[in-house]
Design a protein around this ligand. Sequence first.
Ligand SMILES: [Zn+2]
Length: 68
Amino acid sequence: MEDVKINREFSERQPQDKEWLAQNTWCDFCKKADLGIEKPTEFELNGKIYLSGFCSKCGNEIKSEIIE
Ligand SMILES: [Zn+2]
């Protein structure tokens, strides 16, 4: 099955949502949660919503699923 990716507007979320989502992250490189995310972008992939961006600590690209 081919991946279905739909871009979403992270910037249109409520300020408190953005703040919460940008703080509640997981970094595979640091192996730590809640380090923060830089330049967040939101998209939907195969029916799941993700937030991707760059770890505030190490700068590597990270991706977290958003559970709503
Ligand atoms: Zn990191």
